[in-house]
Design a protein around this ligand. Sequence first.
Ligand code: 5GP
Length: 192
Amino acid sequence: MKELQQKVKDEGVVIAGSVLKVDAFLNHQIDAALMKKVADHFYDYYKNKDVTKILTIEASGIAPSIMAALAFDVPCLFAKKAIPSTLTEEVYATDIHSYTKNKTSYVVVSQKFLSADDKVLIIDDFLANGEAALGLYDLVKQAGAECVGVGIVIEKSFQQGADRLKNEGLDVLSLCRIASLEGDKVTLVGEE
Ligand code: 5GP
């Protein structure tokens, strides 16, 4: 997706050689028009998969996911990183290690929002080592639901996440693929 790739190159800031800060349009301030185009790309790719639910993880996955939910006309469910006192029903739960925070979170979704009838499209802002997406896939499997694919806004292709997801047989679509952040410079796949 050319517009996204250009935005990543123009506005992304490289931190510590392997983390990209995209606070200007995705992780803090959100470019809603860009998120709509991101969602339209996910829709085009997965539209024949009978998606019944978009699943993501709070907080940064929510912006592209809610736009995708609108495109597919299905609910957007986000996994919570803590059990709030208002969540009184049974949950599906898994542990997810955060690449950027170097911290493991116990992540939950209510069982009433995910069932064996669901065809789930997982969406997240970044794919690095695949922990978040594989954790969400674990929740889908616990529910006995089907995962029809994983839509990623920005994939860091120099990390192992994409291979790990593909090894699980998952259909991954990444709209912007980064080959390297070396020298504090964003190099996209195809530009090396
Ligand atoms: P993974 O679980 O695939 O290792 O990492 C993906 C998760 O970590 C995403 O949910 C995202 O929030 C965060 N993440 C990983 N790498 C980056 C990065 O370079 N920049 C930002 N902003 N978030 C990242």
